[in-house]
Structure formats: structure tokens, C-alpha cells
Design a protein around this ligand. Structure first.
Ligand SMILES: [Mn+2]
Length: 349
């Protein structure tokens, strides 16, 4: 039986006590922030402000447009575009919260700025990705949690502050959970997740509107691009029940893709009954970004961690490569047999 709710440790009690005084708190999310990262950060910001703290959210780079509806999204500082202001905010922080990631390298240049800070600050990690680095004073971490948003809810509950929850916070937390569970369909969708979602609905959030805002906001270009990818670019390796697609920079340009347009595309090949692994390779300046997804007991986290400098979750991970797009794909095809030979590749073995 896995523990779904982290224990309230002595350490966390100390943190809650420390938060009884007004503090200046900065909330950081990972690069290419997703809905769980932004939703968690915004809900946490609203909660901390209600507690009398000053709270700011900094994201390393831009988040997709389909998250613009989230209350407070306009106040998110983008480090890549506003490095000076972000650094000024960081230098004045009494505490820094690291949300939805667990290694300082995951925030790239923003992490470098955090390392430069000379004034002492309290550090807190709230995260659900596997294998966390040990770099914070406090952590609310559980890799069985569906999402960081779920853990933000847990944080408020543990602090005895669930009465501070309101409709805006509930909407952000609900969206984070919905996105990270693939709308309550992945294996991380526990009874506990549904119970929290039910409680959030009591705050009057409109789930149909949230789903529309999250999933039905695309332009014609994305729909046509998906058609092109599936008909022209989909590759299948039947022996390893794997499928992959790749996006070159030229194609992204041609179809005028924005960051949000690539979201969810990696999952499409998993709809095939004979496919357990789906990978999307995206060419970027000087590197290739990879999204890896799997079904059932196939653990793509092991694949991402061991061969592509990444990690995440068993059924959803990210990775990257400094090789060319072509060579990255070649490497992927070469490491597949090695991956399947690893005992951890399939959690049911
Ligand atoms: Mn997450």
C-alpha cells in the first residue's frame, strides 16, 4: 500500500510556525512550465497572500497560452525575458519555494541566479517527480501524488488552512490535477485524487469551462499539423511496441506552432493497441527535447534517466540530447533493446 498523503513531520511543523510571521516568498516553477506548475504556483501565491505574506511567481520561460485564464497568470514573472527584475525579487526573498521539480538544474539560468544569492533564505520543495535532489530545507514530496497541485492542497490541509481555499485557488489546483492525470485517466488517478477534486468542486468551480479552457483553445494550424505528423512522420517499431514522431525547427516555423501547440501530441500514438511507448522528438537550437509516454507497466522514467539525461514519472517523462535530431533518433532506436533488458524497464517483471 503506497502512502498517498505525506506525513506531517516535525520539520514541516517548524515551517508552518515560521510562516506565522509575514514573509517575502518567491515561488519558482520548472522550464517550459505546464499547467500543474503554473496552477500550483498561482494557488500557492493566493494562499500565501491570504496568510499575509508577499508572494511572487517566477517561471524560467513562457508558459502556454491556454493557461492565461488562470487567476494571477498575468503577474507571473518570466525570467528569460526579465532577468534583472527576477533577480531583484530573488535577492529580497525570505523563502524560495520550488514547485513541480526537484533538481536545481531543471530551471537552468534561473537556477544559476538562485545559486548566486548571498542572503540566507528558507527553501521548500513541493514536488511529485522521482529521485529528488537534496537541496532544500523543507520538502513536501511524494512521487505517488498525482500532481504538485494535489500537494499544494495537502500543504494547506496540513497547515490547518483549508478554510482559506476559495474558488480561484480551487480552479488552479483542479486544473493542475486534471492536466497531470490526463483528466483523471492515468494510473496516478487515485480515490484520494477524486476525493480532492470533489472537494474542489464544492467551491463552485465550473469543470466544463476549465476543460474547455485547457483543451479546446487551439487554432486551425495545430489540427492540420497533427494531421501532417500522423500521416507523414509517425514511425513504428513493432518489435519494441514503440512509436515516435519528430518535429524539426523548420516544421514548427512552417505551421507557426506556439509552445502550447505541441502539448499532448506525444500521447496520440498510445491510442494504438500494439504500442506501449510513444516518443516525441522536438528539434531546438543546439539540442533535441524529448517527451516520453508509456502505458501500463512500461517505465519510461528509466529510459529517460539512463539514456536521455532526464526523468519524471513512470508513464510520463522528459529528456534531451545534444546530438542532431537524426542522431538522437538513431540513439533511441539503439538503446531500446538495452532499455528492455533492464529489470526496472517493466515494473511488472
Ligand atoms: Mn506535475
Amino acid at each position: 500500500m503506497v502512502t498517498l498523503v505525506p506525513e506531517l513531520t516535525m520539520e514541516l511543523t517548524n515551517l508552518f510556525n515560521w510562516l506565522k510571521q509575514p514573509r517575502r516568498i518567491t515561488l519558482l516553477t520548472h522550464v517550459r512550465p505546464d499547467g500543474d506548475a503554473i496552477g500550483s504556483a498561482l494557488a500557492m501565491k493566493m494562499y500565501l497572500e491570504k496568510k499575509g505574506h508577499t508572494a511572487n511567481v517566477i517561471a524560467p520561460d513562457d508558459f502556454p497560452d491556454f493557461l492565461d485564464w488562470m487567476p494571477g497568470s498575468k503577474q507571473v514573472y518570466i525570467h528569460q525575458r526579465n532577468r534583472k527584475t527576477c533577480f531583484a525579487i530573488l535577492t529580497q526573498s525570505d523563502a524560495i519555494f520550488f514547485l513541480d521539480f526537484n533538481a536545481i538544474k531543471r530551471i537552468e539560468a534561473l537556477g544559476e541566479d538562485v545559486m548566486k544569492l548571498t542572503r540566507p533564505y528558507v527553501s521548500v520543495m513541493i514536488d511529485h517527480h522521482r529521485e529528488p535532489d537534496n537541496f532544500t530545507d523543507y520538502r513536501l514530496w511524494n512521487d505517488h501524488a498525482s500532481s504538485t497541485a494535489e500537494l499544494v492542497y495537502t500543504f494547506m490541509e496540513m497547515a490547518g488552512d483549508i478554510h482559506l481555499l476559495d474558488q480561484d485557488m480551487a480552479a488552479c489546483i483542479y486544473a493542475g490535477i486534471a492536466l497531470d492525470t490526463g483528466i483523471f485517466q492515468y494510473s496516478n488517478t487515485t480515490a484520494h485524487v477524486h476525493a480532492i477534486a470533489g472537494k474542489l468542486m464544492e467551491y463552485g468551480i465550473k469543470v466544463d469551462r476549465i476543460h474547455n479552457d485547457l483543451y479546446n483553445q487551439y487554432g486551425e494550424n495545430r489540427i492540420r499539423f497533427i494531421g501532417y505528423l500522423l500521416s507523414q512522420k509517425l514511425q513504428i517499431i513493432p518489435a519494441y511496441r514503440a512509436a515516435y514522431m519528430s518535429i524539426t525547427m523548420a516544421e514548427a516555423e512552417q505551421y507557426k506552432l506556439s509552445i502550447g501547440d505541441k502539448e499532448g501530441i506525444v500521447n496520440l500514438p498510445l491510442a494504438m493497441k500494439d504500442i506501449d511507448i510513444a516518443v516525441l522528438f522536438t528539434e531546438d537550437k543546439g539540442k533535441v527535447k524529448m517527451s516520453l509516454r508509456s502505458k501500463g507497466d512500461v517505465n519510461v522514467e528509466i529510459l529517460a534517466r539512463n539514456f536521455f539525461n532526464g526523468g519524471g514519472h513512470m508513464n510520463a517523462s522528459g529528456g534531451s540530447s545534444k546530438q542532431s535530431l537524426e542522431d538522437t533518433i538513431k540513439t533511441f532506436e539503439e538503446v531500446l533493446p538495452k532499455f528492455y533488458a533492464m529489470p526496472e524497464a517493466n515494473t511488472n517483471q
